[in-house]
Design a protein around this ligand. Structure first.
Ligand code: SF4
Ligand code: FES
Length: 247
């Protein structure tokens, strides 16, 4: 395949940025999208130019670090992470636009790399449980109803990629926060901090500059892990209940 990638180049957080077009010849449809960027970077380095900065770690759809906006869609045209997107999703001769996540809560560091540490701070505010440490408890020591365990697991699959924020016209982190709150609200282990958790996580979400949710649903359409929209309703319910006890 021959492709042209138009990539957002920005030297630093305060520098002006612009889309720069690069032709990339002779790539395979079986390559991942990040391998396309690897090939481009090899060409740029060979030509003595600055390679494109982009984030990645696992390249297996697990770590959540690789997100970019591809042709205007967070993570591109398939419901998967940018690292699990393959070039067979495009046609020979295509021009592909690649941009960083754009949201107030995710300042650009360089090129396609943004600072997603705001999501870490939301988790630090309440995404934990307090439990005695020691030897591993028996698996059946704390019974959890199967439907609750399944739904908790579905929400626990959130990888913190931030696509929901990038896709949302309000730059809202509601789906991410909802996944964390819903996960722990369904389990007995999450019960002791349940009310304070949701208050602290929502407060931190607001403090970090993320917008509010207006139920547009773009987040769900871009989430590579299929976090359900209903989790946002759970977050709202948990927040309202906890607000009544707020001192
Ligand atoms: S809710 Fe989905 S899109 Fe948002 S951070 Fe989690 S995995 Fe990524
Ligand atoms: S590099 Fe880890 S999810 Fe893409």
């Amino acid at each position: 395949m021959k492709l042209t990638v138009r990539i957002w180049r920005q030297a630093g957080p305060k520098a002006d940025g612009k889309l720069v077009a690069y032709p990339v010849d002779d790539v395979s449809p079986d390559m991942s999208f990040l391998e396309l960027l690897d090939v481009l970077n090899q060409d740029l380095i060979a030509a003595g130019e600055e390679p494109v900065a982009f984030d990645h770690d696992c390249r297996e759809g697990i770590c959540g670090s690789c997100g970019v906006v591809i042709n205007g869609q967070a993570h591109g045209p398939e419901r998967t992470t940018s690292c699990q997107l393959h070039l067979r999703s495009f046609s020979d001769g295509d021009t592909i636009d690649v941009e960083p996540w754009r949201a107030k809560g995710f300042p650009i560091i360089k090129d396609l790399v943004v600072d997603r540490s705001a999501l870490d701070r939301i988790v630090q505010a309440g995404g934990y449980i307090t439990a005695p440490t020691g030897s591993a408890p028996d698996a059946h020591a704390t019974p959890v109803p199967k439907p609750s365990a399944d739904l908790a697991f579905d929400n626990a699959t959130c990888i913190g990629c931030g696509a929901c924020v990038a896709a949302c016209p309000n730059g809202s982190a509601m789906l991410f926060t909802a996944a964390k709150v819903t996960h722990l609200s369904l389990l007995p282990q999450g019960e002791p901090e349940r009310a304070q958790r949701v208050l602290d996580m929502v407060d931190t979400m607001d403090d970090e500059g993320f917008g509010g949710c207006t139920n547009t649903g773009e987040c769900v359409g871009s989430c590579p892990k299929g976090i359900p929209f209903a989790s946002i309703a759970t977050l709202n319910r948990e927040f309202l209940k906890a607000s009544r006890t707020r001192r």
